[in-house]
Ligand binder design. Sequence first.
Ligand SMILES: [Zn+2]
Length: 519
Amino acid sequence: MEQRDGYASLSWDAVAGATDYQIERTPVAADDAPTGPASIVGVWRPNRTVRPDSPVFADAGFNAGERFQWRVRARIETAEQPFSAPVFGSTLPPFGDPAVPGESLRTQWEQTEAAQFTSDTNEYAYTAALDAASERVRVVRIGRTVLGRPINMFIIGFPTAPRHVNAVAESTSAFVNCNVHGNEPSSREACLIMARELAFADDPRTLAILSNTTVLLVPTINGDGRAANTRGNSTGQDLNRDYSLIRQPETFSFVEMLRDYQPETGFDGHEFGNSQAGDLPVLPPRHLNVAQSIFDKSLRMIEGWFYETGSDDGWWYCPYGCQNGGDVGLSQETILRNTMGLKSMIGSLLEARSAGGPTRPNETNAPNNRRRKTYSAIYTYQQFLDYQLAKRQPILEAIDESVAFQTSNTGPIVFRGSRPIPAHPAPHPGEAPPPEEPPEGVLDPPPCGYRLTEQQFSAPQPEGRPVGDRLTAHGIKFAHRTGRGDYFVPMDQAQRGLIPLLLDGEAAEPILPAERVAC
Ligand SMILES: [Zn+2]
């Protein structure tokens, strides 16, 4: 047993013929005498790991700092075998010395022991206090929501946060978009806690990460939806169907941030309403216009890093969809996961499973359920930063390869369609990765560019800002041909894969139909 950041990692020897294992937890006093009833908090199945003979379970359904006894028993079919001898441990308290200013900050969620989520005003106060207390942290406002709430971003570096956007663009940076769907708040709480850890932790790992990578955390892009506990923003728009179209001020601001800060890698935090799924469904950008190098590196991060470390530490990753996953994880370029791939960024979405389900039966207790989601999200983002540090050079090479490929404008363009994600490692019992999605709407050879009239480029649109403003926000290059009275968007540029999706009348969700220009 090891005590970690918000969870206990329990491991035991496999039992021959075991179908699964039940993990029991009992609260105990300092002298290890029980202070409450035992409960089964986990069911560990061999399909939750890439090492089925080495069971490890991550338990996070408790108040950090309390002391427990744990026992494990195998089940053969449904027959319960004897419990193991107990182990006892005091879990780690929340990060930060309560006697040290700054470190002593706590979110509303922490202060209420996960009974309440952190409100908007508490978020702003905590954010401003962290900004003031740590040289490593600088907070900028990257935009405002429809209702005028600030969209803040933590910029975290060592020994000090970079002072200017250009300094971040020129360095290596990694972003987490913590809460786009307002009713999926667990990663937002994770990011607020993680910002404090990054601001004050002095362990070699944290210092190495921050010495090499600027960390960009956007806790709440959808503050209006979070305040109302709704998926969409205040207009009802699902913002994670708007990252290419950027009709809403929230997504428009976020895409401008990506253009200006130029992160190499990113993660998008969600929750998944599927109680059969793993703890942590993940998925890379897979639209067929995403360069092979970006897809490969993103999938490699998931399969070569998260599946491995998750198996070591007891967290159950799976490809989004997982078990009984349905039609999820497709190629819509409106989803940030795909948009970032089309911008040559390596990354993934995270879909923390909403309910405890059959493998975490103790989570009918709502705070315990919230703790598991938030601390497993912190784990995921910590691993993401470890990956970025370990693989910095291959990441940069994959990005260079992607930009060179896109700029060359070679190979077909598709409007929709996804690269396949096989179950990993095959066969992985009970696992159903996202569905196949063959290409639809193929342009082969690709066009050389798109022509927009002055009117198309500049006129007000029924939804969102004029097209020219949106191309500029994306950082897509264009030429104003005053002699011809039009605008030309060439395909031989870094965001080549995105351009036809925005400007071709045959695309699934274009902004408008511009004129396709053949080579
Ligand atoms: Zn979501």
